[in-house]
Design a protein around this ligand. Sequence first.
Ligand code: BGP
Length: 467
Amino acid sequence: MKMPKHFLFGAASASYQVEGAWNEDGKGVSNWDVFSKIPGKTFENTNGDVAIDHYHRYKEDIGLMAEMGLESYRFSISWPRIFPNGTGEVNEKGLEFYNNVIDECLKHNIVPFVTLYHWDLPQVLEEQGGWRNQATVDAFVRFADTCFEAFGDRVRNWITFNETVIFCSLGYLSGAHPPGIEGDAKAYFQTTHNVFVAHARSVERFKQAGYEGEIGITHVFNPAFSIDNEADNKFAEMHANEFATHWFYDPILKGTYPEYVVKQLEQQGLLPDWTQDELDVLKRTAPMNDFIGLNYYCPQRVMKNDTALVMAGGRENSTGRPGNPSFDGVYKTVLMDDKVYTKWGWEIAPDAFLDGLRMLQARYGDVKIYITENGLGDVDPIVGEEIMDTPRIEYIESHLRAVKHAVQEGINVSGYYAWSVIDLLSWLNGYKKQYGFIYVDHENGLARKKKQSFHWYKEIIATRAED
Ligand code: BGP
């Protein structure tokens, strides 16, 4: 597929979902190591103790990525592998592992795109209040700084946080993620704010220290569309976009919170406790963000909802994407008869992806964008010796076309990362919800096998001559 020269074709993973080796080589315990072992929290009580054993097989996995022609690999660093106690002593073995991963990527001309926080918080910090606690913010900045220093000579692309909306809403509204708290809307908004401050302070450190390369954040991109043009439903659409998008993107890209949401939160006593210093750092660092990462899987179709005003969120397997917090009294997400859905009820809508990108450009201008996740969760059929994941090919192809269209319209999308490079652990859905180009045989010593989509993506990349 033709794309501009600088555009990166990539694929992604995250530490807890692939590494395993949960208690090896000095790694500390993460909140997910603990949470996933509470019976009933995950599908079939799966956990990432072994995951797909990427910790021991990274060379084989990166070798397969190279064979696919992958231009960039997005992976995350496990914070408790570097700081077993969240802060304090550095675990040299942890640094060594990521040094090896980075060097292996570079050996194969694969650009390492590093996420610092993809949800595995050191358990010690979780027990001290997690993201509600300022100490976690301070510890994160130290962790980020340590990574910049250790890997910044070779890593040029940094994402601070993955999907603030998900770990905060599932952590404090639905209770589906650690720390498993339900219905605490005040904590939900407070933790999102604390994360933005941790991001902003890290960006400032990165820039002040003069590291080469780019830094940004990855957000869920879940644009809301009204089911029709009825005024109340259009209002619901506006409201949903304010809460699901503007609350997250404005503080990063504009350096201020959206007035509409602030007013609503004030009225309901949900405004985070913030200091002038914190608001200042958001403002000061907004122009320093080099890009925004978008994880797009599906849009949300919304309409008015007349039930009482309550903050809800993270309804796994509900309509729309899990983890979308909403004010039930103002809007609800609905399934529509004329739309197509995955087995998990996520709408397949490449057109909405393009429309959403246009909406972003209209609000934030020519910001540089990476699509840091996009893909299809499915149960792939095995036909003879082959893993025939045709629906994944169709999904990714249609979404890549939307990206290409956006690029042609002048929207600054600079890369696309399929989720995921290899089959891995789905946080709540175990190993049966597959996303990868590479199959992992759990019945056969975790052997790797190329899927139909592996060959297809290889071809897409190989034919990427400049437009
Ligand atoms: C995103 C996460 C990924 C991945 C993906 C698919 O929210 O950043 O880590 O899990 O969603 O989600 P799921 O595994 O629930 O289908």
